[in-house]
Structure formats: C-alpha cells, structure tokens
Design a protein around this ligand. Structure first.
Ligand code: GLC
Length: 549
C-alpha cells in the first residue's frame, strides 16, 4: 500500500475472523494463521478492506485466546510470528488491512507477570494486578469478598483466593483471567509498547477487548441492582465503565497516531450508546471507533433499526464516525436471531443491504456472508466456559456462533482434514462458499454484489444519510455525496422488512442499481411502488429536470 491514507477505515468493510474456526492448515481441527493466509484470495474477491482477527497470542485457551500469556508471541496452535508476518504481508499485497485483538483488561493466570505477582506481595509485578486482603471468612471458611462484583462466565463472586499472599484477586470473566490495575502507570506503558511492537510488524490496528473495563471504582463499591438478567442483575457502574478510561484511551490513541494511519476500535462493552459515544472523545482524541452493539439486540423490524441508527447518530460527538455490527463471536448469529421459515435468506439479504449502506463502517463476522446460522453442539461437545456454566440455557453459550467456516461440500466443509474443534453447523453441505458462489441467488452472491456496489459509489460509504418516511415495515434512506471524496452521487435505499408486499413512496424516478427482485438498470417511476416481501431495492434517482428558462 502506498501513501498514507489516514481515513481508510471510514470507507472500509471490516471482516472479523475467529481464528480457531476459519481455516485449519495442519489437520489438528483448529484453524490457524497459515489457514487464514490460504483463504486471503477469497476475502479479496469478497471485497473486504480489513480483517479483525480475534486473539491468537500465546494462551492456555481457558477463554480461547482472550486469556493471553504472552502479548508478543503467537500461540503454536495458530502458528508462529513468521506466519503472522507472512499473513500481514500477503494481506497487504491484496489490499487488505489487518487488525489484531488487544486483551488489556486482564491477562491469563499463566502470564509470567501474574505468576510473579501472585507469588509475593513484595514482588514488583504484584502491583500490576488488583488485590484485596482477606479480612474475614464465612462459616464455611471462604473469604468474604469486598463487594458484589460478579464473575460473568462462572456466575459467582469475581474475587478469587490467592493463598500465597493471603489476598483475593479480581476476575470478572473467569478465574483464569486476573485483572490488571490500570491505575499503575507501568500497565498502560507496557500496553503502549505492545501496540508499537505489532505496528512495527505491519499490523494496521487493534480491536480493544472490553475497553471500558480497564478501570474499576477506586473504593471497590458494590454495583446497584438491575432487573436485567443478561447484566447478572447489576448495573455495572463500579466494576467497569469508569470515566478514568477516557484518558487511558486517549493515550493509546496517541500511540496509534505515531504511525498516522493505524486504527483503534474499542469494545465498549454493552448497549450503552452514550458510553460508547463518549469513548471517541469530545474532540476526537479517543478511539477511532467504539463498537455500537445495539443492532445485536434489536428485533426484526424496520422501525427498530431506524430508531437504533438514529439514536446512535445523535449520540456520537461531532466528527465521530459511526459503525454497525449484526453478529460477532459473543452473540447468536443474526441469521439465526432473525430466522423465519421461508424468509431466512431473504432477511439475511435485507440485513446485509442495511449494514452495507448505512452511514458508518460495517463489521461483518465470518460466515455471515453465507447466511450461516451456527449450531448448538450437544452438551458433551460444549467448549465455551459460559456455555458450560449456563447449560441447558441456550441463550448464553457462545459455541453456536463459533462453528467452523463452511468452504465446500467436501469432508468437514473443507475446514479441516482432522476432527473440527466444534461440530459444523447442520446444512453445511448446501450452505458453503463453493456452492453459493455458483448460485447467483445465494446470500454470498448478494454480499459480493453489495460490497462491489459500495466500493463503486463513494456516497454509500462517505455520503450523508437522510431517512425517508417512518414506515414501521420499510426502512428507506437516501445517501448523498457532498463533493470531494464522497462524490456527487445519490443512492436511494429501500428495504422491505416485511414478509408481505408493502407500498413505498419514491420521491423521484430512478433506475435500479441493485435489487433482489428487479434487474439492474430497470426504470422505476416516482410515486407509489409495490415492494415484494423482503425486497431490497437500491436506486439511482434520476437527475432532476429543471424547466428551461
Ligand atoms: C470480550 C470478548 C469475549 C471475551 C471477553 C473476555 O467480551 O469479546 O469473547 O470472552 O471479552 O476477554
């Protein structure tokens, strides 16, 4: 890539890879970096601009890589540093950027820092982590924790005993993920160096894992009660989401800016749009983007998505750039959430058209372009600690969305020659890259055309957006270039979320750019149009004709 393009991420289509599940090159049943490299031509032909790869650093895999034991090395399961270099170089050659995943809230219990820290209070690493002295024990002899903070994936207190120092350490995800003390300046300084290490290797940016959890209440106050079971009946105002984090994010941003075009995208945990918005900083000194997760929790309705997008646009500070996500490695895939007999693929196309044409960077999750729904492994094959802790409740476990990528109809969908670490989703013989590429009506063919259109019309990435109407079943908006990099073009996006035909008002004549029910180039007249069930219609409005003077 030549020249410094500081704003590439505003135009980019991002694609998340869960490395265990994308492509296995060595037959051990787990995906790896050479596997990803071998599939780069596919990603280039899909048209994505940037990958975000979930963690592949050295790890005991208690949370499948979100428990890091060495931030500067690759776990042998996934390959080596040289494999990583080769992957980044090859991606760049194909015009694809690469983001890694920085897990900076906690380490693995096996990280040498924690091994040292827990050995003695006098060890210099001790103050890198969060501790509380054991003051009292209950009738069963268990230490009494200082507050009500919960361990999310074990559904119990987040405080764990460390006998060697007679203290409790904090683990709000699993006991295997002790949490760092970001108030100790050595911790942010170390992560700044880790960023530099990977930037030096050529990496284009980072997704920051649970970025709003870095700071905890200094007084360790208990969280207040909440009625939300997904939040474990607590409002997380003290164990995360502290305002001190904004300063820390701004410091990390400075490190990214040393390189000009590197990007930080934060997982700002949860559905609080105002918190995510604040992570951008009031003057753009914070994250380039903070994930907006609201679509992950919206029901299938044009109104719900319009309201959500409107609220997000309104929440963002001036100059901040929006983003949208429908699926990731922590949530049931959206094709499954929105499935409806006879309409599942049609809905997947409507959703894709929305994701790829709203104003904001879209984040795709591997396999969504196939309409993958994921699968529920039997109890004996569950791998996710949260899924195991919450069995048989299906709503919580994260294995379903992590099943292997489906490449072709050969053994194990071409993912591995060994035994896949998670069973494949049912139906992979029909739903896979090879077959869908041959079918012009497939979800994959639709993604390919949508991304290509987005690339060819800069207004779809960078133009302004105006919603048209308030129909509860039809989502319609206009994207308009305003000169410069966003061009001068206009695109009308009309999406029928309903499984019934619906009417939509077209403000002007237009010709079809892309649609699920009409041929490109077909003319449509201004006025009332009847949309087919789940129809996607993208129109280039006709130039306005002014009467001659
Ligand atoms: C984030 C990740 C999730 C992980 C957790 C702890 O929420 O997305 O997969 O388990 O952080 O690192």
């Amino acid at each position: 890539m030549t020249g410094v393009d500081r704003e590439w991420w505003k135009r980019a289509v991002f694609y998340q890879i869960y490395p265990r599940s994308f492509m296995d090159s060595d037959g051990d049943g787990v995906g790896d970096l050479p596997g990803i490299r071998s599939r780069l031509p596919y990603l280039a032909s899909l048209g994505v601009d940037a990958l975000w790869i979930s963690p592949f650093f050295k790890s005991p895999m208690k949370d499948f890589g979100y428990d890091v034991a060495d931030y500067r090395d690759v776990d042998p399961l996934f390959g080596s540093l040289d494999d990583c270099r080769a992957l980044v170089d090859e991606a760049h050659r194909l015009g694809i950027r690469v983001l890694l995943d920085l897990v900076a809230n906690h380490t693995s219990e096996e990280h040498p820092w924690f091994v040292e820290a827990r050995a003695s209070r006098a060890n210099p690493r001790h103050s890198w982590y969060l501790w509380h002295p054991i003051a009292r024990r209950n009738a069963l002899g268990r230490p009494v924790p200082p507050n009500n903070w919960k361990c999310l994936f074990e559904l119990r207190s987040a405080w764990f005993e460390n006998a060697a120092t007679d203290e409790l350490y904090l683990g709000t995800f699993t006991r295997h993920q002790p949490e760092l003390d970001w108030r100790n300046p050595a911790v942010p300084a170390e992560f700044a160096d880790i960023l530099r290490f990977w930037f030096e290797l050529g990496v284009d940016g980072f997704r920051l894992d649970v970025a709003t959890a870095y700071f905890k209440d200094a007084e360790l106050r208990s969280n207040p009660f909440s009625w939300k079971p997904l939040d474990l009946f607590q409002r997380h105002v003290y164990d995360r989401n502290r305002p001190e984090v904004f300063g820390a994010l701004a410091e990390l941003r400075k490190v990214a800016d040393e390189r000009g075009d590197r990007v930080l995208v934060g997982e700002t945990h949860g559905r609080d749009a105002s918190l995510a918005a604040a992570c951008h900083g009031e003057r753009g000194e914070g994250l380039h983007m903070a994930f907006n997760f609201d679509f992950l929790f919206r029901p299938w309705s044009a109104k719900a998505f319009r309201d959500s997008a409107r609220a997000w646009y309104a929440a963002l500070p001036e100059g901040a750039w929006p983003n949208f996500t429908l699926s990731n490695h922590d949530q049931i895939r959206h094709a499954r959430r929105y499935r409806k007999a006879g309409y599942t693929d049609a809905r997947a196309k409507v959703a894709a058209a929305m994701l790829l044409t709203l104003r904001g960077s879209p984040f795709l999750y591997y396999g969504e372009e196939l309409g993958m729904e994921g699968g529920y492994p039997p109890r004996g094959q569950l791998r996710d600690p949260l899924g195991i802790a919450t069995w048989p409740l299906r709503a919580y476990g994260r294995d379903p969305e992590r099943t292997p990528m489906q490449w072709d109809s050969s053994q194990n969908a071409g993912f591995t020659t060994g035994t896949p670490w998670l069973p494949l989703e049912r139906g992979w013989r029909e739903r896979n890259v090879e077959r869908e590429l041959r079918d012009p009506g497939s979800v994959l063919s639709f993604y390919v055309s949508m991304i290509a259109l987005r690339r060819s019309r800069p207004e779809l990435a960078l133009g302004s957006l105006a919603f048209l109407g308030d129909d509860p079943g039809v989502l319609a908006y206009e994207r308009r270039g305003e000169g410069g990099v966003s061009g001068e073009g206009r695109v009308l996006v009309i999406l029928n979320f309903d499984a019934k035909a619906r009417r939509a008002e077209l403000p002007s004549d237009g010709s079809v750019l892309l649609g699920t029910h009409r041929e490109p180039g077909a003319r449509i007249q201004a006025g009332t149009a009847v949309l087919s069930p789940c129809e996607v219609l993208l129109l280039a409005p006709a130039e306005r004709k002014y009467p001659e003077a």
